[in-house]
Structures are given as C-alpha cells and as structure tokens.
Design a protein. Structure first.
Length: 384
C-alpha cells in the first residue's frame, strides 16, 4: 500500500544522496587588535547564537548614529565563532570528526582563508601558549592511536609544504622546488619529506620551524609573505588482520591548509579575474576561486590544472574527502571590504557538493604476498 511506496521512495532518495555531501563552512571572528583600537577602528561584525554573523556597513563615517545610513547584512554558517572562542573549541567543532575519520582510512581537509591579518595562521598553527588546529589535531590523533593500539598498528607521517609563486617547496627540509606528479593516490610532490612522528611534543617545534621556512616578504624580512600557502599533510596508515588472517591496510590523509591572504585575489566576476591574472597576483588563489565556481555550478570540467594549489587540493575539493572551510575575519571597520568579500565566498562555499567520503582500504589475502614470506619462514624453521 501507501506505506510501502513511501519507504521505497525514501530509500531511493537516500541512495541518491548517499554519494553526495557538502563542505562544512565555519567563520571565526578574531578579537580587535590593540593597534586597531588605538587608531579608532570601530567594530563592524557581530556573531550571535554561534551561527549568525551580522556585518554592518558604516556608509558615512561621520553619520554613523543615523541608523538609516547603516546597512546590516546577515549570514549564517554551520558554526560561527565569536572573538572569545578558544583554540580548543575551534579544533573540536571543525576538525575533531575529521581526525576520527582519518583513523578509519578516510581523507579530510581543513582550510583557513581570509585576508592577511584575519587570523589564519593563528587558527592553524597558533602560538606555543595557544596551539592551533594543526597541533591540536596531531595531539588528538596520538591520543586516539594510543587508545586503539591493541586493534592494530598505526603509523603517522607528516609532510609540510608551501606553494609560493607557483613553486612547491618542502618546509621540513628546504631545498630545490618540488615537482608535482600523478600517482595512484592522486597528485603528489615528488621527493617530499615524510617525517615519521612519534609524539606531540616534537611536532609543535617541528611545525614552528617549518613555518619559519615559509617565504618572507622581500621588504619586511621577518614577515611571512601574504602570498604563501602552507599545507600540512598528516598520513595515517593502519594495518590489522581480519578473522581469516588477511591483512587489512587503510590509509587516511588529513590536509590542513593555511591559505595565502585572499585580499583582492578572490575576484567574483570574470573581467576582474582576467585583469588580476594579467597582474600575476596569485594564480593559485584565482584558480581556487575558479574551481569553487565550477563546482558550485556543477560543471563537468573543473580547472584543477590551472595552478599548483588546485592540483594539490584536487582530491580535497572534488574527490572523496571530508572538507571543512574556516573563514577568518577581522572585526575592524577598516577591513570591511575584505570581510565582506570573505563572507561572500564562505557563503558560496556552502553550495559546493562533493563526493561522499569513502574508506581507502586494501585487503591482502593470506597466500598472496604473505604466503611467500611464510613459506620462506617455514623452510628456515625446518632447517633448524
Ligand atoms: P593571517 O595569518 O590571517 O595573516 P594572523 O593569524 O597572523 O593572520 O593574525 C594576525 C594577528 O592577530 C596576529 O598577531 C595574531 O596573533 C592575532 N590573532 C589572530 N587571531 C586571533 C585570536 N583568535 N585571538 C587572539 N589573537 C589573534
Ligand atoms: Mg598568516
């Protein structure tokens, strides 16, 4: 009867939805800086109910008390973090589930974007006193690995790389630029250091050192270039045996990405896009915005090949991957334009649909690879 038809329709819908999921989008508002307060900036962003972001435009700085002149825009996201949010809260809400999934052999990626000074590096790397998502993720990962040590064997490797001016560099062992090539796991940087990590303590120092290897601004020599993208890749390999002693091998990859400053680079229309491309502003960020546009519009062809960054993020954006975006914004009225632009892109990113995340698993049957070794071992035992 009716009931049966409803069930089968619900099931059909479910099976259609099963292969599609969306990107989770979060916004983090940073506190007003001391300098900003001193030079008379006003706060133009409010976060309410952990979801709603209100952006106020003061159209005439002298007339701000006349409410008619205020224009308020409203946005909503999966979660929005007010300026009082701790690093731990940001980590747990945005990335905790992805770490769990990586242990099961699924890929995940988190990227921070926003204008220079909006808080991307603070969110991703943080400071010694207040470590960010990269460090908290690794800490959590090691705690979970320890809990599961009886179920099988986990090995954790780290790689930390930079894309700057269409050149890929290894931040853990700086040297010649790396070449990207395609292999069965996707696009990889040939010769990239894979650092075997055993504990959290060594990791913070390692990442801080890596961050110091990022390209600096030629004019101000200690400041990381606003055009540098940093990507931390955490690869977790897991090996165990099933009931028939077959080896089950799973590999999960978590990518944590501190993008270049988005100011001016994320153009919304094609004309501005082309003129910026001519000015050679940041090919990788432009390419990222083109890919996002193509993904939102459901295009067949996604132009990943246009830049090094989009090649590296291909499996995160369009592949089988849990993807999270954190948009960082400043509260200062002086950054109004950049904040508006960032919120616009964050709002658009909510529309991206990606393939449902699958487990990367390989099963080695007893008697295949193992068989040869076991036979050898038996022979040796018989000799004794
Ligand atoms: P970005 O990497 O986006 O250019 P930073 O992360 O370097 O920006 O942040 C700019 C400044 O603001 C830094 O001095 C940083 O310590 C500070 N800052 C950013 N976010 C926060 C926050 N949530 N709480 C406290 N200070 C922050
Ligand atoms: Mg930074």
């Amino acid at each position: 009867g009716n009931g049966a038809r409803n069930v089968s329709e619900a099931e059909k819908l479910e099976s259609l939805n099963a292969s599609v999921s969306r990107i989770l989008v979060f916004v983090r508002l940073r506190p007003m800086g001391k300098k900003e307060r001193e030079n008379g900036s006003r706060c133009c962003v409010k976060v309410l109910n952990k979801r709603d972001v209100y952006l106020t435009e003061f159209t005439n700085e002298n007339d701000y008390l006349r409410l008619k002149r205020l224009r308020v825009r409203h946005f909503t996201f999966d979660s929005s973090f007010p300026e009082t949010t701790t690093q731990q809260e940001v980590y747990s809400t945005t990335t905790g589930d992805l770490v769990e999934a990586v242990l099961e052999g699924r890929n995940g990626s988190v990227f921070c974007y926003g204008a220079t000074g909006a808080g991307k590096t603070y969110t991703m790397l943080g400071t010694m006193e207040n470590p960010g998502v990269m460090v908290l993720a690794i800490k959590d990962l090691f705690a979970k690995v320890r809990q599961r040590s009886l179920d099988g064997n986990h090995v954790v490797h780290l790689s930390y790389l930079e894309v700057y001016n269409e050149t890929v560099r290894d931040l853990l062992s700086p040297g010649r630029p790396l070449i990207l090539r395609e292999d069965k796991q996707g696009i990889v940087a040939a010769g990239l250091t894979q650092y075997r990590a055993y504990s959290t303590d060594e990791v913070m120092a390692l990442l801080q050192r890596g961050n110091q290897n990022r390209t600096t601004e030629p004019t101000r020599c200690n400041e990381t270039s606003s055009r540098s993208h940093a990507i931390l890749q955490v690869i977790v390999e897991y090996k165990t045996r099933d009931a028939s002693m077959n080896i089950i091998s799973r590999v999960g990859k978590l990518s944590l990405i501190d993008l270049a400053g988005s100011e001016r680079a994320l153009a919304t229309d094609q004309r501005t896009l082309r003129s910026l491309e001519g000015a050679n502003i940041n090919r990788s960020l432009l390419a990222l915005s083109s890919c996002i546009n193509a993904l939102v519009e459901g295009k067949k062809h996604i132009p990943y090949r246009n830049s090094k960054l989009t090649q590296l993020l291909k499996d995160s954006l369009g592949g089988s991957c849990n993807t999270v975006m954190i948009a960082n914004i400043s509260p200062s009225s002086q950054s109004f334009g950049e904040t508006q632009n960032t919120l616009h892109w964050a709002d658009r990113a909510k529309e991206i649909r990606v393939k449902e995340c699958e487990v990367n698993e390989e099963v080695v049957q007893v008697g295949e690879e193992e068989g040869a070794d076991q036979a050898k071992l038996l022979l040796e035992l018989q000799k004794e």
